[in-house]
Write a protein that binds this ligand. Structure first.
Ligand code: IPM
Ligand code: MN
Length: 353
């Protein structure tokens, strides 16, 4: 297969971890006889420095002509403590999602046997945990209008707004995923308080009859926040709106003990983007110490979700598992064993694919 992949390394450790994913993708291409071309473009603080815009149109064009986008991370501390900054790297992320129509953010939580003891939860609670969030990504309070301040600047407001269509397309992805998994779908909302949540619930109830094998549960977001750490094995596929999903997927990312390893996909009808869940980790930038596995596993998700190439995705998961088993890992998970550099882990993975 011929594949054209847009590379958006972004800020902080982004370029280093993306470089390792590229090595692994190239190794997979060689093994399975694919022809892959990469086109790189700036995003985030890097793009502000270069073009004055965190998601410049030139980068958007690169994404549009690609079959998939592999993205590193966005964020630079120089903007964090300046509430008056006119442009911020995060705006790049939001406009990228919006312009590419990436309405579904897929964030899995699964365990790696060799890291499970790092979980903040007791072993029996976390062993075998395997669920996935489908977070709505281009609507809700993140984008709703009006937003801003009153004239005096003494009141501020944001608008949470959802259309049936936005809920339906996200919910369908959840139902379809559940059908291929353990056939349990949890709709996470706050329908006891919010009108938007009541529309979510109503819409999901209507869709449920089209997916008779899938059992649907409805839970309030506050209860899920609690149950997710009490009994994470109770979940299979969870669907939710943008803000709830933002919060709960951070909670979810620490459950398995492998925060640095969790990949994600952001999917639209036309475009698909893959990125590690961790951020830009500026303290580690340029030191060749960042853990590249989340980005490498995001590349595995790319083969699966963007190209439906399961064996290629599996080859990457397998080699990641092998590196963990053999201790070819970066310092964050080396635990007294030898710590390898980011680039050494990437080389090892590529060789062993
Ligand atoms: C995420 C991030 C972003 C979000 C920020 C950086 C805008 O936290 O991808 O979850 O809130 O969506
Ligand atoms: Mn977040």
């Amino acid at each position: 297969m011929e594949m054209n992949i847009a590379l958006l390394p972004g800020d902080g450790i982004g370029p280093e971890v993306i470089a390792q994913a590229v090595k692994v993708v190239n190794a997979v291409a060689k093994k399975f006889d694919h022809k892959i071309t990469f086109e790189e473009a700036p995003v985030g603080a890097t793009a502000i420095d270069l073009k004055g815009d965190p998601y410049p149109d030139s980068t958007h064009q690169v994404c549009l002509r690609a079959d998939a986008v592999l993205f590193g991370a966005i964020g630079d501390p120089k903007y964090d403590n300046d509430p008056k900054a006119k442009v911020r790297p995060e705006q790049g992320l939001l406009s990228m999602r919006k312009q590419l129509g990436l309405f579904a953010n897929v964030r899995p939580t699964f365990t790696f046997p060799s890291l499970i003891h790092k979980s903040p939860l007791r072993l029996e609670r976390v062993e075998g945990v395997d669920f996935v969030f489908f977070r709505e990504l281009t609507g809700g309070i993140y984008f709703g209008e009006p937003r801003g301040r009153n004239e005096q600047g003494t009141k501020a407001f944001d608008t949470n707004i959802y259309s049936k269509e936005e809920i339906t397309r996200l919910a369908r992805m959840g139902f379809e995923a559940a059908q291929k998994r353990r056939k349990l779908l949890t709709c996470v909302d706050k329908a006891n308080v919010l009108a938007t949540s009541r529309l979510w619930r109503e819409t999901v109830q209507e869709l449920a009859s089209e997916y008779p094998e899938v059992k649907v549960e409805y839970e309030f977001v506050d209860a899920v926040a609690m149950r997710l750490i009490q009994w994470p094995k109770a979940y299979d596929v969870l669907i939710t709106e943008n803000l709830f999903g933002d919060i709960l997927t951070d909670e979810a990312s620490v459950i398995s003990g492998s925060m640095g390893l969790m990949p994600s996909a952001s999917l639209g009808t036309e475009n698909k983007l893959f990125e590690p869940i961790h951020g830009s980790y500026p303290q580690a930038a340029g030191k060749d110490i960042a853990n590249p596995l989340a980005t490498v596993l995001s590349a595995a998700m790319m083969f699966d979700y963007a190209f439906d190439l399961k064996a290629e995705a599996q080859a990457i998961s397998d080699v990641v598992n092998k590196s963990l088993a053999e201790g070819i890992v970066t310092e964050d998970i080396a635990e007294g064993g030898k710590a390898y550099k980011t680039s050494e882990v990437g080389d090892w993975l590529a060789e062993n694919v």
